[in-house]
Design a protein around this ligand. Sequence first.
Ligand code: 13P
Length: 254
Amino acid sequence: MRPKVIAGNWKMHHGPAATRRFFSKFFGEFSPRLSGAEPTILIFPPAISLLAAAESKGGRPEISLGIQNIHWEPKGAFTGEHSVGMALAAGARFALVGHSERRHVFGETDAQVESKVAAAMREGLTPVVCVGETLDERRDSRVQEVIVRQLDAALLGVPEDVKNSILVAYEPVWAIGTGETATVDDVADAHGILRRRLREVRGDAFAQEVAILYGGSVKPANAAELLAVADVDGVLVGGASLDPESFARIVESG
Ligand code: 13P
């Protein structure tokens, strides 16, 4: 069985000082289990807080850090962007790619998602590829078409002989930051579609390795129910990951 992954996307919250405060409180709230069945914890702070996060987390092996966005070029005149190499040097091991806010607020395209996945894989940063439909697309019964198209584009960036895997996050756009959570049936359907597509495109062994996370208004009260759904290998938490206590409660559900 894949260990559960509990990921927190802080979006544009928590600068370096708030990041240090988060970790000292989180470590007070969360004690690793002795059973060995630990969930994997991923935290995606703003890029400017990565070093503070890396220092604060110290040697805790159950926690890894990620960057919320990367550029596909290794360096150059790209004001405001961060390369994969810079993210690695600042302590990131994962990168969100194609988050719905990148796609819908900043106009990120499927082709850019492919380039970012390829750059991350080339240099050893594990991409967490985000896919999800808007409310209009759901109402038009286009969920499968949209998430398969987004997944296929991302998979074009994954080399055939890949050693390290990717993660996928299903985040229906209408459930992000709205308090609306997809029903367990909606989540099971979407995750089943994604798992089948991974199998069709890359074969069974690859599909089995990929953790598929659900994101969209996950909180302590609904995390356990969502984590029990078939093909849900973890959660990607926005708002409720900012508070160390509520994030610790979600981690304990994993
Ligand atoms: P919320 O948990 O705030 O709905 O955000 C979800 C999200 O976008 C995580 O990446």
